[in-house]
Ligand binder design. Structure first.
Ligand code: FES
Length: 335
């Protein structure tokens, strides 16, 4: 996704003097003194000015819909950075756009879980409806379409976001209706979260300013948490619980939550309580997978192949050897 230094896309963003720069769109609103004042307000929030760069880039997008060469120059001037340094940051993150975006940005998760549940079909349908591919904007300027990597909402798959607000558990038809409504100028309420504005509005929010004319509008809608909680409910019904978070059976506190079928150590086998409990977990496992998992966490389980803890004792990357030269990295001994 990131443009390589010196590429045309990189040049578009950085606006370096010796790089080809496409003219800004004729209808691009200029950055004003107000933009500069707000940039300085952002800078004042941080102990080190350059830390303000990320929200400043969102601020530029809130005015111009993308990180324009003019925006790169403003950030560089205010922060005492070169345009190349600002461009390097702007081209690293996918949330910074290098071409003017549409009124809304529609992101379709096509990562594994969403994809197997229909995410790619949604992407293909929207692409056909809008006549665009990834990272392109419909001719009417309404929508920029992009495919997205995992949006961290796999329990609601397939997921679509509009201006980074979630529309959960979509299918081809619901996603097409959503996009059609957006093109009509409507703003369907996200499945959860705050009301939808537009790409420039959410960019303003990401810059640290309120995007709503009425701040009371920024109220999260009650969400449907069922997909997130279903695993917990099933576990409760089946009487299952997760093992305590410990570094090993020996560290497990006496009152820690016990996994299903765990048998309290009897203390009469001659083993440590940790080993006895681990034996019991292996014996109680129902399935081969559970048995393998229990065996793997047993204190007597062999070290996984690869580097052992002993290797780290000498503070170097040289594997331990009993004599000089045996590691293959020390001086070769005379035969
Ligand atoms: S795979 Fe789509 S949200 Fe995780």
């Amino acid at each position: 996704m990131s443009a390589l230094p010196g590429s045309i896309e990189g040049a578009l963003t950085t606006g370096l003097d010796d790089s080809p720069v496409l003219p800004a769109p004729a209808d691009l609103p200029p950055l004003t003194e107000q933009t500069r004042l707000e940039a300085r307000e952002i800078i004042a929030r941080y102990p080190v000015p350059r830390s303000a760069l990320l929200p400043m880039l969102h601020l530029v997008q809130s005015y111009q819909g993308y990180v324009s060469p003019e925006g790169v120059a403003l950030c560089a001037e205010e922060l005492g950075l070169t345009k190349a340094e600002v461009g390097a940051v702007a081209t690293f993150y996918t949330m910074y756009k290098r071409r003017p975006t549409g009124r809304h940005i529609v992101s379709v998760c096509t990562n594994t879980l969403c994809s197997v549940l229909g995410g790619q079909r949604i992407m293909d349908a929207l692409s056909a409806d809008l006549g665009v591919h990834h990272d392109e904007t419909a001719a009417d300027g309404s929508i920029t379409l992009e495919h997205a990597e995992c949006l961290a909402a796999c329990d609601y798959a397939p997921v679509v976001t509009v201006d980074y607000e979630f529309y959960d558990q979509q299918d081809v038809e619901s996603a097409r209706e959503l996009v059609a409504a957006l093109r009509r100028g409507e703003k369907p309420h996200p499945t959860r979260g705050a009301p939808l504005t537009d790409f420039r509005g959410v960019s303003r929010q990401l810059a640290g300013f309120n995007q709503y004319e009425d701040p009371r509008a920024a109220v999260d809608a009650p969400g449907n948490y069922e997909p997130t909680l279903i695993g917990l409910r099933l576990a409760e019904e089946r009487g299952e619980s997760a093992p305590a978070m410990t570094t090993g059976p020996e560290d497990q506190p006496a009152d820690a939550g016990e996994p299903r079928d765990t048998v309290r150590p009897s203390g009469d086998t001659g083993e440590t309580p940790g080993k006895e409990a681990a034996d019991a977990r292996v014996a109680a496992a129902d399935t081969p997978a559970e048995k393998a998992g229990a065996a793997g966490s047993h204190p007597d389980a062999p070290e996984p192949s690869g580097r052992s803890l002993a290797d780290s004792d000498d503070g170097t990357d040289t594997p331990a050897g009993s004599e000089p030269g045996t590691s293959g990295q020390g001086p070769q001994r005379e035969a």
